[in-house]
Design a protein around this ligand. Structure first.
Ligand SMILES: CC(C)(COP(=O)(O)OP(=O)(O)OC[C@H]1O[C@@H](n2cnc3c(N)ncnc32)[C@H](O)[C@@H]1OP(=O)(O)O)[C@@H](O)C(=O)NCCC(=O)NCCS
Length: 199
């Protein structure tokens, strides 16, 4: 029989789900982050060495979703909506109030959307469970995602890239590039000196 994993410092009376792998040196501020977690994979969330997730973080992971945080990742507060795969590389910093969504979860077709809202009321807990395509999000190592950023399905953000505050990222971001705005556009590329400094 497995022992329920609670956190001694937690303000919420929850547990870390069995199929969440947290490295011994990682820090999860609260199990409230898993109240929307539904992954049925053998490992639905993996949190690497020295990584930390703070209280504004939600692992809103569907039955076939998989989230992987590398080593020394810091997630200040992100709503991680994952029905396929979301990968965050080593030493990447995610600021507060960020949304990473590999699926929209909601049908585009207005009639389907209306039906889904009707179906939701008989579910417990009450929620939308539409079959909507999901496309993985990959964020490379040593990236920095500013506050209030939204990353949409299918986006890859390269190693060392920086996403400016309040950006909406619809397209891939090349490595060591700063993007900003809605939709996010290239502001500039980091210089060789800046890139080498961080290595
Ligand atoms: C992107 C950022 C890193 C600045 O990079 P920078 O290379 O110093 O960029 P600059 O300030 O020289 O601005 C370059 C251009 O990008 C624009 N820009 C910068 N940040 C922007 C943003 N967040 N949204 C929209 N446009 C932005 C500037 O207006 C400027 O445009 P212009 O060339 O037309 O005048 C910074 O603006 C930012 O958003 N940082 C995130 C801070 C954060 O979230 N902190 C949370 C703590 S973890």
């Amino acid at each position: 029989m497995s022992v329920a994993r609670t956190l001694p410092w937690d303000w919420y009376p929850g547990t870390i789900p069995e199929n969440v792998a947290v490295n011994d040196t990682a820090y999860v501020e609260t199990t409230f982050s898993f109240t929307k977690y539904r992954s049925e994979l053998s490992v639905g969330v993996r949190i690497g060495r020295g990584s930390a997730t703070y209280s504004g973080t939600m692992f809103d992971v569907g039955p076939r979703g998989r989230v992987h945080l590398g080593d020394y990742v810091l997630v200040h507060g992100a709503w991680i909506i994952c029905d396929a795969e979301i990968e965050i590389g080593d030493y990447t910093l995610i600021s507060w109030n960020v949304v990473l969504m590999d699926t929209y979860r909601v049908p585009f077709d207005p009639l389907e959307r209306r039906r889904e809202l009707e179906r939701a009321i008989v579910r417990c807990p009450r929620r939308i469970e539409a079959e909507v395509p999901a496309r993985p999000i990959r964020i490379g190592r040593v990236a920095w995602i500013g506050f209030d950023v939204c990353v949409l399905p299918g986006v890859t953000i390269g190693e060392g890239a920086i996403v400016g505050a309040r950006s909406v990222v619809m397209n891939d971001v090349p490595p060591y590039t700063i993007v900003a705005g809605n939709p996010a556009r290239v502001v500039r590329h980091l210089s060789t000196e800046e890139i080498n400094h961080g290595r």
